[in-house]
Design a protein around this ligand. Sequence first.
Ligand code: DGJ
Length: 337
Amino acid sequence: MKHLLTALLGLLFGMSAPLVVAQTSPPTPTAKRTSFKPGELWYDTDGNLINAHGGGLLLVGDAYYWYGEKRAQHQEEGVNVYSSKDLYNWKYEAVALTPATEAQSDIAAGCLMERPKVVYNQKTKQYVMWFHLELKGQGYKAARAGVAVADKPTGPFRYVSSFRPNGNMSRDMGLFVDDDGAAYHIYSSRENYDLRLARLSADYLTPTTQDSLLFAKHREAPALFKQGGKYYLITSGCTGWAPNEASLHVADKLFGPWQLLGDPLTGPNAKLTYGGQSTYVLPLAGKKDAFIFMADRWNPKDLKDSRYLWLPVQFRAGQPTIDWIEQWDLKYFSKQL
Ligand code: DGJ
């Protein structure tokens, strides 16, 4: 009877029920973001979940572009690109690289394009994408690197070629452009036991023969960055989609020797990289020594539903360290430095 009366009053005054909904409903997906919440649902400005896994960022003018694997539940659907000026709110731009419809293409639909990274070549004025390519129907056997180019950061990227760099297997990978404009491909090789580095040709489209073993410690997911004249490298172990412990290496020169510093993460769940796996370290534009560590918290049952962990890199006693922070924003770097 009491419920009936409440409902009638609600109907008459049209307010009690909507008020309750407004108080308990979560923020709408399109609400403007002003902070990072690692591991939480992250929507683009259209209100769709961001689908850009194993990704990397590129700064062009005052805009960042985020490239990553476009995943269905399991299948790869190409490389997505998003743009943002504040790093919190991302606009969906396009499928930057689309799998080919021709069955004989290396990137025929059903292939895997993993860990895409894009750099800009000043000389050719081209955006160059490298990715880990696995041929359709062959699982992870092909172990190749793929290259594509575009005239604009949003693409469309045109597929150029794929190969095993200097004959070496190539799976998880990253790109790094040094201060002198020379670019490098860092890649897991020999069934992921070796981590190798190859300097790229001047147009960034092919590896040169300056290609050597950095170390053979069965590592993948390389994320390379430079600070204070030193090169740092974060990698993961090799446990498929399951998280494992990250490690940090340092070197004075890109080709080494590389010295192990240990696990850069701290606190609970650090031993499992907070449930994630490294993909990229972003140097923040206009801020000295400010870097964001990016990782994927994979969901192998539904890969598109994997989460992103973005956390600030701190330099404690001169050494890169990553703490778990529930929520943070870019003001963090002003407080730190
Ligand atoms: C780990 C790699 O880092 C991922 O990119 C992906 O290739 C999975 N292995 C597949 O199991």
